[in-house]
Design a protein around this ligand. Structure first.
Ligand SMILES: Cc1cc2nc3c(=O)[nH]c(=O)nc-3n(C[C@H](O)[C@H](O)[C@H](O)COP(=O)(O)OP(=O)(O)OC[C@H]3O[C@@H](n4cnc5c(N)ncnc54)[C@H](O)[C@@H]3O)c2cc1C
Length: 401
């Protein structure tokens, strides 16, 4: 057999990109991840190298200076990066979602303005749907954009912006009431609009009426910043509306989240692969009762089950990426891939942790970090319960009597 999580049918370009990224991860990410994680330091040097390699523009069209690669290529790159350190994949994930939304739904002016600079990483994106009172229930958004003579005024509080402080472009989903009597009155998700907001990096009142308080102190996923964003009479022009027309933000964001789900699945695959690698290595080095623990059947069977889960999750993630690339509706397969990859990732890291015995509980052990990373994947881009809602709705649509 070959090693785990290999993908059949890749082009030469995809194979070359993955080899480059894998070498970059082994040489520059894995050796630095522990220190950066424990000191909660943004990986500036790694981000600069990713710009040079072209990773910020990997899916952006060649006409805008990107590599024009598919979602599958991107997902496989993310899997490799997350194998090194999930936080680094977090830096490009929100950027990738925003670039995808602009490429698919932006006006020609927005595409020409943003995409070339996003391809080089000069502009880096974050996106903001969640609020203190809501995450799963996106249609309940309260942050509101009110129409004025000059454009819009935004008021409200957003929460959990990954790269909120280190990005210089934020795609924010807000409520834009289209007025009493509008045909959308009873469909709240039709009254949501995405604004593209240019902002300086940093924290504090970064623009009049827009405050990015400091980083939220998280259990894991360190290094990459996650922040709130407070809008208080923040003024923005109507030309900042993604696609130029209000009321379409929900479907734009859901399109972004659908590719985001494949990407979260890919991250889960990367972490699970790494947990397996650490476990199978440790199991051959650590001896108890006169033999390496890998020779105790209980441990060998754990390795067999872990590897099977790694492989199954990888195949479903690849399947979901290919479905999206072929233009098929992929909400169900993306939901399934995200569900199984994140749940298996949590199980595989837990088993790898047990195989490490007491050493796994030490902060010196890489598995300790993976144990703190895995739970985020059960939540981000929709919890497992939300994936099951999407999957079951899709099944009932397909199998309707
Ligand atoms: C580190 C981190 C980074 C994040 N980055 C971003 C970001 O960049 N941008 C962004 O917009 N958001 C971001 N989020 C927010 C994330 O998307 C939400 O936390 C997630 O969608 C869950 O929402 P919630 O926290 O409000 O949980 P809730 O929606 O309050 O859910 C609480 C619990 O109830 C369950 N539940 C909710 N509704 C149902 C239902 N109908 N049926 C059954 N069970 C249900 C959920 O599964 C969960 O178990 C981030 C979150 C974290 C932790």
């Amino acid at each position: 057999m070959t090693r785990l999580a290999r993908t059949a049918g890749l082009t030469e370009v995809q194979t070359d990109i993955l080899a480059t990224v894998r070498a970059f991860v082994d040489r520059e990410i894995i050796p630095n991840a522990q220190e950066l994680e424990h000191s909660d330091t943004y990986p500036t040097d790694i981000v600069e190298r990713m710009k040079e390699i072209g990773l910020f523009g990997i899916t952006i069209g060649e006409e805008y200076g990107g590599l024009g690669e598919s979602l599958l290529t991107y997902a496989l790159v993310v899997e490799e990066i997350a194998r090194g350190w999930m936080s680094v994949s977090g830096v490009i994930n929100t950027h990738f979602i925003v670039a995808h939304m602009i490429s698919r739904h932006g006006t020609e002016t927005q595409k020409a303005h943003y995409l070339p600079k996003m391809a080089t990483g000069e502009i880096r994106g974050s996106f903001s749907m969640s609020e203190p009172d809501l995450g799963s229930d996106v249609a309940a958004i309260k942050t509101r954009a009110t129409r004025t003579d000059e454009g819009y005024t935004i008021d409200g509080a957003k929460m959990w912006l990954t790269n909120g402080a280190t990005s210089n472009l934020t795609a924010v989903l807000v409520k834009t009431d289209l007025g009493a009597g509008s045909h959308n009155e009873d469909k709240p998700h039709k009254n949501l609009t995405t604004f593209l907001i240019d902002k300086p990096e940093g924290t504090g009142e970064v623009l009049p009426g827009l405050t990015i308080p400091g980083k939220i102190d998280k259990m894991g996923y360190k290094g990459v910043d996650t922040t709130e964003a407070l809008f208080d009479g923040f003024r923005v022009g109507a030309d900042a509306i993604l696609g130029g027309e209000p009321g379409k933000g929900f479907s734009h964001m859901m399109d972004g989240i659908e590719v985001g789900r494949v990407n979260v699945a890919a991250r889960a695959c990367g972490i699970a692969v790494r947990a397996f690698e650490l476990a199978i290595g440790y199991a051959q080095q650590r001896s108890t009762f006169g033999k390496p623990i890998a020779e105790h059947q209980a441990i060998a069977f754990k390795l067999a089950e872990m590897a099977t889960k790694v492989e199954a999750a990888h195949l479903m993630m690849v399947n979901a990426a290919r479905a999206k690339d072929s233009g098929e509706r992929n909400d169900v397969v993306a939901g399934m891939a995200k569900l199984i990859a994140s749940e298996y990732c949590a199980e595989v890291t837990q088993e790898a942790f047990r195989i490490h015995g007491g050493f796994g509980y030490s902060k010196e052990a890489e598995i300790e970090r993976l144990m703190r990373e895995a739970p985020f994947l059960l939540i981000g881009e929709g919890t497992s319960e939300i994936q099951k809602t999407i999957i079951s709705k899709g099944l009932l649509r397909e199998y309707r009597l």
